[in-house]
Structures are given as structure tokens and as C-alpha cells.
Write a protein that binds this ligand. Structure first.
Ligand SMILES: NC(=O)c1ccc[n+]([C@@H]2O[C@H](COP(=O)([O-])OP(=O)(O)OC[C@H]3O[C@@H](n4cnc5c(N)ncnc54)[C@H](OP(=O)(O)O)[C@@H]3O)[C@@H](O)[C@H]2O)c1
Length: 241
């Protein structure tokens, strides 16, 4: 059964990034109206069914205001994808409080704020689906990426907890954890790392569209009995650890 997002409104934050943009394009191609958010208006995708809505997830009240604006402009909200991150990598001893705080604020608290802003709309509609971009580092920490890996672990736990609470209200929430995906972020991580690219049984790196397909599946009605889950899109890399 082909997925069909016709008439659905999906909000993606981190949409100027490699994986957020691929998710926006995949969902729009499958019929969704996509609201594309991140801080840089000029970097956001735009199209017939992709509408840019600039947003800084670290700004107090900004996520709630954006959620209200989407519902008032489009009359509904069916799904949320959180795909924010900062390219902060390095040895543990080289990363100070400010570096840790920035990663926590943009990705962990950013996701918390977005979910908190969207949930009331989903609950009142009695349906909704959320996909949180975490990362394989949340299960197998990367030494050059400990702030991001720690936040990813927290997000996987958050998704499990929220899945249990909001399933009875018709809201599903799942995580997607990419492994190495061809992207500027992977290039930056490799440049900061030991030079040993992560190994995957399926030759990698994966493509942003591999992640976008997983996101679209979890958002769709095909995943109606799935919540609180963490779907690895890592070419099987976890199996080697
Ligand atoms: N690429 C990979 O190989 C890989 C692997 C594992 C996990 N992941 C995870 O997958 C997600 C997406 O990765 P990616 O490769 O697409 O990363 P990316 O290209 O670096 O994109 C990150 C996005 O976050 C946005 N952002 C950062 N701070 C923000 C803020 N305060 N408010 C709103 N938006 C903000 C950025 O846009 P602006 O700068 O315009 O705000 C950008 O759109 C991330 O959570 C990442 O950790 C990626």
C-alpha cells in the first residue's frame, strides 16, 4: 500500500539540514503540506507544498507560537518531525559547559519544547504522530560526539516514556536513529574524529533519503501500531558492536 499524506500537515524542524530537507521533500512528494522550520529562513526548502516558517527552538515560547500559527493558517496539524542539531564535536576535555549547554538546548530541550507545543493540538484532535531524530550514538557513543550521543540517549528514553503516556490519546511518538549518512554533518564528524569511519554490514554511508523513508513510514498510518520505538537506520552497524 503506497503511503498517502494527501491533506496532511506535517511540521519539520531542522528542515534546512540534510535529513530534515530530505524528509520535507519525501513527505511533500507523497502529498503532505510540509511546514519547514529552522533558524535560517534563506536556507529553508520552499515549494508548492513546502512552506518555510523560521523558528529558533531555543527561544522561549517560540515553538508554541509556531504551532498555534500552523493550526490557525492550515486548520490542522497531523505530524511533527524534530531534526535539530549543532555541529559540536571534539575530545571530552576540549568541550566546555557552553558547548554541552548549546547541544542540550538545541537538540534535547529543543525537542522537548517542540513536542510540548504540538501535543495539545494532537490530543484535542485525538490523533497525531511525532518522529524524533536521535542517532546511533545514543546506543553506541562516539568518542568525538559525547554531548550529542548523550542527548540522543536521552531522546530515545523520552520517546519511550511519551509513547506510553500518549498512546491512549491517539498520539504516537517514535525515534529514528541514523548511523553514518552522507551529509555535511558526517563530514564534520569524520574531520573531528580518529579518521576511522564507522563500519556497516550494508556498505555505507546511507543516504538522507534512507532516513526520510523511515521518517515517512513512522509518521504514516502504516505504523499505526508502533509507538515508543527507536528505528535504527544504520546499515546494520549496531550488529557489529
Ligand atoms: N547526518 C548524519 O549522519 C546523522 C547521524 C546520526 C544522527 N543524525 C541526527 O539527525 C538529525 C539531522 O541531521 P542532519 O545531518 O540533517 O544535521 P544538519 O544538516 O546539521 O541540520 C541540523 C538542523 O538543525 C537546525 N537547527 C540548529 N539549531 C537550531 C535552533 N536553535 N532552532 C531551530 N533549528 C536549529 C539547523 O538549521 P539552522 O542552522 O538554519 O537553524 C539545521 O536545519 C540531527 O538530530 C542529527 O544529530 C545525523
Amino acid at each position: 500500500m503506497p503511503r498517502n499524506f494527501q491533506g496532511k500537515v506535517i511540521w519539520i524542524t531542522g528542515a534546512s539540514g540534510a535529513l530534515g530537507r530530505a524528509s520535507a521533500e519525501t513527505l511533500a512528494a507523497e502529498g503532505a503540506t510540509v511546514i519547514a522550520s529552522s533558524r535560517r529562513r534563506e536556507a529553508l526548502p520552499e515549494g508548492e507544498r513546502i512552506i518555510p516558517l523560521p523558528l529558533d527552538v531555543t527561544a522561549t515560547g517560540a515553538a508554541e507560537e509556531a504551532a498555534r500559527e500552523i493550526v490557525s493558517r492550515f486548520g490542522r496539524l497531523d505530524g511533527l518531525v524534530t531534526s535539530t542539531a549543532l555541529p559540536i564535536f571534539g575530545d571530552f576535555l576540549s568541550l566546555d559547559d557552553a558547548a554541552w549547554q548549546a547541544v542540550i538546548d538545541a537538540k534535547l530541550l529543543g525537542t522537548v519544547r517542540l513536542v510540548r507545543a504540538a501535543l495539545p493540538h494532537f490530543i484535542s484532535a485525538g490523533r497525531g504522530s511525532i518522529v524524533v531524530l536521535s542517532g546511533r550514538g545514543g546506543l553506541e557513543p562516539s568518542p568525538q560526539h559525547l554531548p550529542g550521543s548523550s542527548v540522543n540517549a536521552a531522546l530515545i528514553l523520552l520517546v519511550r516514556g511519551l509513547g506510553a503516556v500518549y498512546g491512549p490519546k491517539g498520539v504516537r511518538i517514535n525515534a529514528v536513529s541514523p548511523g553514518p549518512i552522507k551529509s555535511p554533518r558526517l563530514d564534520a564528524l569524520n574531520a573531528a574524529g580518529t579518521g576511522q569511519p564507522p563500519q556497516t554490514p550494508i556498505p555505507g554511508p546511507g543516504l538522507p533519503t534512507d532516513v526520510a523513508d523511515a521518517v515517512a513510514f513512522l509518521l504514516s498510518d502504516e505504523a499505526r501500531f508502533i509507538t515508543g520505538a527507536n528505528l535504527l537506520v544504520d546499515g546494520g552497524g549496531r550488529a557489529l558492536s
